[in-house]
Design a protein around this ligand. Structure first.
Ligand SMILES: [Zn+2]
Length: 149
């Protein structure tokens, strides 16, 4: 077993189902993939931080986002220790699965065809992400509400 960070969030599948939209649940908890070119954050060019839609973990900064042409939001690096990489042998391929280090949610996959300096492409589903624009309060208060209630 992997060493889990102390701050790891665990929740029952029922709990996640209640907290997440069906789209978010299918990506984050069932390793689903949204159709290419459909995600709401694909063309987002605002400055800010991308967070895990399930737990709010800060995953990617807008200054590491780039247009990979693949149809999914792509980043060439992550925030420090924000994600874990896990070998994924589903669908007859060996790929590197990118999961949230905090809640274990599925985010997307990592490939080796990214730009310099890392050469990595973190290919992430919009549905797995929440975006907070720099200098602005987060508009979507779903996560906050969840903990307040
Ligand atoms: Zn998470």
């Amino acid at each position: 077993m992997d060493e889990q960070p102390k701050s790891k969030i665990t929740k029952s599948e029922e709990g996640w189902k209640k907290k997440l939209s069906s789209e978010q649940y299918s990506v984050l908890r069932q390793c689903g993939t949204e159709p290419a070119f459909t995600g709401n954050l694909l063309y987002n060019k605002k400055k800010g931080i991308y967070m895990c839609a399930a737990c709010g973990n800060k995953l990617f900064s807008s200054n590491k986002k780039y247009d990979s042409g693949t149809g999914w939001p792509s980043f060439w690096n992550t925030e420090e220790k924000a994600v874990r990489i896990k070998p994924d042998r589903s669908h007859g391929m060996v790929r590197d699965e990118v999961i949230c280090a905090k809640c274990g949610g599925h985010l997307g996959h990592m490939f080796d065809d990214g730009p310099k300096p890392t050469g990595k492409r973190f290919c992430v589903n919009s549905a797995a992400l929440d975006f907070e624009e720099e200098g602005k309060k987060k508009e979507k208060s779903k996560i906050k509400l969840y903990f307040v209630l």
